[in-house]
Every structure is written in C-alpha cells, then in structure tokens.
Write a protein that binds this ligand. Structure first.
Ligand code: PLP
Length: 384
C-alpha cells in the first residue's frame, strides 16, 4: 500500500499554482521570444520528477524538458510526457538502445557517443536529435570551440542518422555580481556559434542561461533558458534578492512525537551529543536524516543551528537522528503537545523558514538542501 497524507510522518507539500505564478513572472521577465526548458533533475529539487513536469506541460505551457540522467527522462516518458527531452549529461553505452527507442535528445561532445547513437538509430530505422555541448570554462561536460569543435562537426556530418538541433553551454559562475567569468564564457560560446554558422549550422536552437543568468544576465538568453531552481521560487542570482517576487513552492512539515524535560547536565541524543546548561524542554519531532534533512545544519553549539517552527514560533534544532529530531522548545510560548504540526520549511504565522536559511546554517548551497531530500517524505501535490 502506498503511503497517504493520513499515514505520512513527514510531508513535502508542492503548491503547483504558485509554480504557475512563478512561471508567469519569469515569462514576463524574459519576454515572449525566449523559451523555458524545464530541467527535471535531482528529484525535482525535492519536489519529485514527474508531477511538477506534467503540471508545467498541462498548465504552464512548458513544451521542452531536460534531465541530467536517462532514468529521469524515462520517468517523464512514463508519466506521459511525449515532448522533447534533452539529456544534459552522458548516458551509459548500455542505455543507447532505450535512448533511441524513447526519442530522447542527446548532448554530444565526443566521437564515441555519436557513433554509438547513429549505429543504434540505423538499427531501429530512426533519427536522433542532438545538441552540441560547448565547454566554455566549467570544464565538466563539453568540448572547446576551435579544433575540437571542428572535429565534432566532421564526425556529425558523416552520421546522417543524427540531426543537429541545438548548441549550448553551461555557466560556471552566474552567481557572482562580477560578470567577468560569465562574459569570458560567452565570448568563447560566441566563437563556437560563429564556427557552427560557418559550417552551415545557422538555424540551431541556442541556449546558455540557468536560473542565476535568467534573473541577472539577459545578455545570455539566446533562444531558451534552462531552469530548475527558479520555477520553484529559488532565486539564487546575485544582487537584489528575489527581484522577480517569486513564491516558494515547497513546504515541509512533520509532527511532535514526544515532549519531555531534561535537567541541566543530563544529555540528549546518541554519544551524549548535547548536554544542556539549563533545564530544557525537548520536543522530539518526526523527521530526520532518513528524510534527507542536511545534518550539517546542526552542531553541538546549538546557538549555530537552524530552526523549525512550532505553533508559529521558532525552535532550535539540537540533533538529528535517522527518524527523529530533537528540538529545544523551552522558550516556545504555550503548550507544545504530541501531534502538533512542526514546519521544517515554509510559513507558520508570521515566521518563515526557507531552504536558503537551512543552507546557510549548513554552509552549503540551497540546491544541496533541496536535492538531498529523500523519497521518504510524502509528496502532497496541490493542484488548485
Ligand atoms: C541543473 C542545470 C540547469 C538548471 O540549473 P538551475 O540553476 O537550477 O536553474 C541548467 N543547465 C544545466 C546543464 C544543468 O545541469
């Protein structure tokens, strides 16, 4: 039996109408001539892969998708997404037959993968669309303009089973107010585009910008922007915060499982992790590392730890176990009872906790906090 809202101990609530409003605001910002490619990867940054993508197709006019892995793209196809899906990274050679069967769009940057794709396409009597990936400085996936690109162009010319549809690159530091790196990458990208035009590829779909560049670097737009974080309301761009006035789509709640007093000098959690200096009231709440909360957001110096919200008030985390978490509720006004709702991410009364706040406590990125959330919390999708 699948889990239900009633049986769930920790719940990720995905408010899809907010996502729709975010996309409307993003569209107003980028204008009508730039397409949004929704990048469905890393469990949709905690929101699940398929459901948000299907909603964006059905209600937000998203017609193009990308994933990092072929497994994510298969989840989209299984959910009925027949639209183009660009796989941004490499796939195992053993996955090539399925890749061709599913009409996925490939990212190409070397010789071996295009040859394998073309051979399989021949076997299946199909053509495969490909986007050329230029490496302009991230040094992750892709190849440099100049001689390496010239060689790839020759390879692709000899493989009529492959249809070159697009070209893209990925920014290394769109998160900085200093755009030197971004503009250096763009200059290299432009070199590659000119080289492709000279080779006769003059109608390619060109894309470069991610979330940060979509907000802060319109000069990087071209034909499309590739977005994941932004549609969920995470503006990780430099400068003015949340200038598009996006709403966080995701909230995360759980319950109080137990409360108790602990005397000063007694200890809390495994390994005598926390020894309170004062008589402390503890709430045990129903989430933990097994739900994918970043444990780096807690330390033995609880003054540095991140909070949860209980009855509209902040309460400090003490320690996370796999299944339960200890919270200091000594200063929370009113009575905290077993069964009370605890907000891990989201709003309760006048208080709000964002994933960015948790990331700051854990000295990591917002994306790390979101993508770390496991499949254990129940996903509640709000459609209207
Ligand atoms: C993840 C990813 C994106 C989207 O990133 P966001 O900053 O979350 O919008 C775009 N392009 C590539 C290549 C990616 O890996």
């Amino acid at each position: 039996m699948p889990q239900t809202l009633e049986t769930a101990t920790s719940i990720i609530r995905v408010d899809l109408p907010k996502l729709k409003r975010n996309i409307e605001k993003i569209r107003a910002h980028i204008g009508p001539n730039v397409e949004i490619i929704y990048v469905a990867k890393s469990n949709g940054y905690g929101n699940g892969i398929a459901e948000p993508a299907v909603y964006m197709r059905d209600h937000c006019g998203i017609r193009r998708f990308a994933t990092s892995q072929i497994g994510e793209a298969l989840q989209l196809r299984e959910a009925g997404i027949t639209e183009p899906i660009l796989i941004l990274s490499a796939v195992p050679f053993s996955a090539v037959p399925e890749f061709v069967r599913q009409d996925f769009t490939a990212t190409v940057y070397d010789d071996s993968f295009p040859h394998a794709l073309a051979a399989e396409a021949r076997r299946q009597g199909k053509r495969v669309k490909v986007h050329i990936k230029l490496d302009t400085g991230l040094h992750r996936i892709g190849l440099a303009p100049g001689a390496p690109l010239a060689h790839l162009i020759e390879t692709l010319r000899a493989l009529p089973e492959l249809e070159v549809e697009g070209v893209f690159t990925h920014l290394a530091n769109a998160y900085s107010l200093d755009k030197t790196v971004t503009h250096h990458q763009q200059a290299l990208f432009e070199q590659g585009l000119a080289q492709l035009r000279e080779a006769g590829y003059d109608h390619l779909m060109v894309h470069m910008a991610n979330t940060a560049a979509c907000v802060a670097s319109p000069e990087c737009y071209y034909d499309a922007v590739r977005l994941a974080a932004l549609v969920f309301g995470h503006d990780i761009s430099p400068g003015e915060q949340n200038r598009l006035h996006l709403e966080p789509v995701t909230s995360w709640t759980c319950y109080v499982l137990n409360t108790m007093w602990v005397e000063a000098g007694e200890s809390v959690s495994y390994y005598n992790y926390y020894v309170p200096k004062r008589r402390t009231r503890i709430a045990l709440v129903s989430f933990g590392m097994g739900d994918g909360y970043i444990r780096a957001a807690v330390s033995q110096d609880i003054s540095q730890n991140s909070d949860v919200l209980i009855n509209g008030h902040r309460a400090r985390l003490i320690d996370l176990n796999f299944d339960q978490t200890f919270v200091d509720i000594t200063d929370v006004p009113g009575e905290v009872k077993i069964g009370d709702v605890v907000t891990i991410v989201g709003r309760d009364g006048d208080e709000e906790i964002t994933t960015a706040e948790i990331a700051a406590h854990a000295h990591t990125s917002n994306g790390n906090v979101c993508a770390a959330i496991t499949s254990r919390p129940f996903r509640q999708y709000i459609y209207e």
